[in-house]
Design a protein around this ligand. Structure first.
Ligand code: UDP
Length: 465
């Protein structure tokens, strides 16, 4: 008899990195069960990026993906934070999501809707159809632990006090203590509408059927223990990580930098990249360029045009300007033996797995952090926006696989400090120690991942419904 197919719908938020993580997650699900069919309904703002389109080209037949009609948000006031754009794109896509789900429910076995953390509004459609409502958190267990703890923290700390003004670090359940200024962006101003919206979303998390988080106990023992503790009143949490990208060769600027790496010594090159959309100011680009020069270490730098808003590239198209023209005068000539520059986008997974790479200046996006750990590449933590400062605290103070430059009083990381940390990571004993710690985590993570207990429980839960 033919096996009945169970159907799952996944709703990511717009933007490359969350989509990427959900795609890799769904590939893992269908590896574990050949009785699943997965449909992606992808909300989009304006037109989807080339990188987002290209990762959909290689999907196995059990995964189907559709971009929903683009949402326009020109009516939002200038300066509205990116998190609000993402959530609004989902809210305004609800009619399309509802229609698609209704037609999928006309045939049997529609079991679950899995929504990205920023797409939780779509779970209302799951409730309407009486199917499982699950959240996928593409970030750390520490971030998730914070989100679930925020409603309580909001009650404990008087409303007139900002978290960043607290004298003592904040103790999120199971996590390394963290200063309020390192918490994620939406909670930095408790008087803002963005904070209010974020708090509401965190409260809603408590009512879903389950939360999937892309982490694993070898790197986040404390937060995971706190999340799965049965007395905490939280929904079931499934730590299914590490889910990482396995191939990024669909990138346009791929092969030359890999050829250049082939001619470098093992562990000798620093990789510099700020994720799918991180951007630096012109002053910071200058300091970084001079700092790399000062370090005298080899480097491979993915360069973007400057912008005062550090998340500018996340939803905006990349290729408008030649980014190299913003580098300091003479830098390209002076460093032509020392470095390799790639405009805008590089095949990161191939780069990090190349044996010439010895360190990574990273904005600490969660995908990049996991890719670095799984390739044993010590991190120089340079967080920019979203929850990246929390990740930087976890990586540097928590599991000690990163060094975090301090920066000056206005937040600029100066060339002398850059030169010094780069040399410490590439040449010093410190770099070797960070690498050793990553190796231990990676090996035991690999075993856990092979066992896949948490994800199997999840598959059983969905297929049983
Ligand atoms: N990435 C890439 N090439 C680039 C920049 C980024 O392949 O030039 C990939 C990277 O490997 C990672 C993802 O894009 O998988 C970025 O996700 P992350 O969570 O690190 O950061 P975000 O883009 O969300 O800031």
């Amino acid at each position: 008899m033919e096996k009945a197919i169970t159907k799952i719908v996944i709703v990511p938020s717009p933007g490359f990195s969350h989509l990427l993580s959900l795609i890799e997650f769904s590939k893992r699900l269908i590896q574990l069960s050949n009785a699943l069919h997965i449909t992606f309904l992808i909300p989009s703002l304006n037109s989807p990026s080339e990188s987002s389109k290209s990762i959909l080209k290689t999907l196995p037949s059990a995964i189907h993906a559709t971009f929903l009609p683009p949402i326009h948000i020109d009516d939002l006031p200038e300066g509205t934070p990116i998190a609000a754009h993402l959530q609004l794109a989902v809210t305004r896509s609800l009619p399309f999501i509802r229609d698609a789900l209704k037609s999928l429910s006309l045939t049997p076995n529609l079991a679950a809707l899995v929504a990205d953390l920023f797409a939780s509004d779509s779970l209302i459609c799951a409730k309407e159809l009486n199917i499982l409502s699950l959240i996928y958190c593409p970030s750390s267990a520490m971030t998730l632990s914070f989100c679930l703890f925020l409603p309580k923290l909001d009650q404990i700390v008087v409303p007139t006090t900002q978290f960043k003004d607290l004298h003592e670090p904040i103790q999120i359940p199971g996590c390394v203590p963290i200063n309020g200024r390192d918490l994620l962006n939406p909670v930095q101003d408790r008087n803002s509408i963005v904070y209010e919206l974020f708090l509401q979303k965190c409260k809603q998390l408590l009512h879903v059927d389950g939360i999937i988080v892309n982490s694993f106990k070898e790197i986040e023992q404390g937060p995971i223990k706190a999340l799965i503790d049965e007395t905490n009143g939280y929904p079931n949490v499934y730590p299914i990580g590490p889910i990482i990208q396995t191939d990024s060769t669909n990138s346009k600027n791929g092969s030359e930098c890999l050829t250049w790496l082939n001619n470098q010594l093992p562990n000798s090159v620093l990789y510099v990249s700020f994720g799918s959309g991180g951007t630096l100011s012109q002053d910071q680009i200058n300091e970084l360029a001079f700092g790399l020069e000062l370090s005298c270490q080899k480097f491979l730098w993915v360069v973007r045009a400057p912008n005062e808003s550090s998340n500018f590239g996340y939803l905006n198209s990349h290729d408008d300007h030649d980014p190299f023209k913003f580098l300091p005068h003479g830098f390209i000539d002076r460093t032509k033996e020392q470095g390799f520059l790639v405009p805008y986008w590089a095949p990161q997974v191939q780069i990090l797995s190349h044996n010439a790479i010895g360190g990574f200046i990273s904005h600490c996006g969660w995908n990049s952090s996991l890719e670095s750990i799984m390739n044993e590449i010590p991190i120089i933590a340079w967080p920019l926006f979203a929850e990246q400062k929390m990740n930087a605290v976890l990586l540097s103070d928590g599991i000690r696989v990163a060094i975090r430059p301090k920066g000056n009083e206005i937040g600029l990381v100066e060339k002398e400090e850059i030169g010094e940390v780069v040399t410490r990571v590439i040449e010093g004993d410190e770099g070797r120690e960070l690498r050793e710690r990553m190796k231990e985590m990676k090996n035991s993570a690999y075993e856990t991942f092979q066992e896949g207990l948490s994800i199997e429980t999840l598959v059983k839960l969905v297929v049983r419904v």
